[in-house]
Design a protein around this ligand. Structure first.
Ligand SMILES: NC(=O)c1ccc[n+]([C@@H]2O[C@H](COP(=O)([O-])OP(=O)(O)OC[C@H]3O[C@@H](n4cnc5c(N)ncnc54)[C@H](OP(=O)(O)O)[C@@H]3O)[C@@H](O)[C@H]2O)c1
Length: 276
């Protein structure tokens, strides 16, 4: 396998996600000279160059070089235009393409670039911006073992990643971890508001809510117990937690979550049809 220190990575689009990934790679030991990025936005290019010392270009094909990996990090709405724009350069280099765009299917990328190139479709989430992302990955048949390792090296630099064996599961990942941060934020928002209604200040309610969410997630990650057991351990018979959980059950909380995640999954499938 090619050493990470010899890899060249090209980012097409240098917005929020690309900036996080570039930051993650630099933290992992990549040199700025191993990375280039293109973006029509002067401000974005300036941010990436000043923050990481990475060379940036206004044209997607300018100084394309011979990258091992090309990360397509633009909005889904303009992916077709961008994929067509870089197709020739990608085909010439034989680089692995990693798309981070929501809703863009492998078959469309193959149609716009080439069905013979290795392509990975990924679904990261916003905590990647602070190095705590969760990413789902799916590869087409052209991606070899080494390229899978490369993909993991890139996405794991901003959190964790997992492969799925069928592309439809990326829509499930989208409904779980892609949209997931918003579910937790909503839950935290309601907790916080109720605590304020019951008498806590905004500041104290916010801090306790955040730390409770953080502590619970870390406990779930580190504990040998699964989350059902962890929940049961907090729930003494006839206690305060049980009172709250009974109220959740009375309002069919399980069904509310089940329907919401299925709605996100369905919308993700629909969006895949919109962008081609
Ligand atoms: N943010 C997330 O948490 C998240 C999570 C999962 C997946 N994603 C996916 O990641 C992708 C990027 O999202 P983002 O949040 O990083 O968006 P973003 O901040 O808007 O970044 C996209 C960048 O692409 C640039 N761009 C526009 N036209 C271009 C072109 N023709 N060639 C090259 N670059 C071009 C944009 O410049 P201008 O601003 O000047 O147009 C912008 O700097 C999206 O497809 C999104 O679905 C994001």
């Amino acid at each position: 396998m090619k050493k990470l220190s010899n890899l060249k990575v090209r980012f097409v689009g240098a917005g929020n996600m690309a900036t996080s990934l570039i930051g993650g790679l630099i933290n992992r030991g990549f040199l700025p000279s191993q990375i280039t990025a293109s973006d029509p936005g002067g401000h974005q290019r300036q941010v990436v160059t000043e923050k990481f010392g990475v060379k940036t270009f206004g044209d997607n094909n300018e100084h394309f070089g011979i990258p091992d990996v090309v990360v397509l990090a633009v909005k889904p709405q303009i992916m077709k235009q961008v994929a067509l724009d870089v197709a020739e350069s990608v085909i010439e280099t034989g680089a692995l393409v990693i798309s981070i765009a929501a809703g863009i299917k492998i078959e469309h990328l193959e149609q716009w670039i080439s069905k013979d190139i290795p392509i990975v479709r990924s679904m990261p989430n916003t905590p990647a911006l602070i190095g705590e992302g969760a990413t789902g990955l799916f590869a087409n048949a052209n991606v070899n073992r080494e390229q899978k390792h490369l993909t993991e090296a890139i996405l794991d630099s901003v959190g964790i990643s997992h492969w799925v064996d069928e592309e439809y599961k990326i829509d499930v990942v989208t409904a779980l971890s892609g949209s997931g941060p918003a579910y937790f934020f909503l839950f935290m928002e309601y907790l916080q508001k109720t605590a304020v209604e019951l008498g806590l200040s905004e500041e104290v309610a916010a801090k306790l809510t955040e730390q409770t969410a953080l502590g619970s997630a870390i406990l779930a990650q580190r504990s040998q117990d699964d989350i059902t057991v962890l929940r049961q351990k907090v729930t003494s018979p006839n206690g305060t937690t049980e009172a709250a959980l009974k109220s959740f059950q009375a309002n069919d909380f399980a069904k509310i979550i089940n329907q919401a995640v299925k709605a996100a999954n369905h919308r993700s499938q629909e969006l895949s049809e919109d962008f081609c």
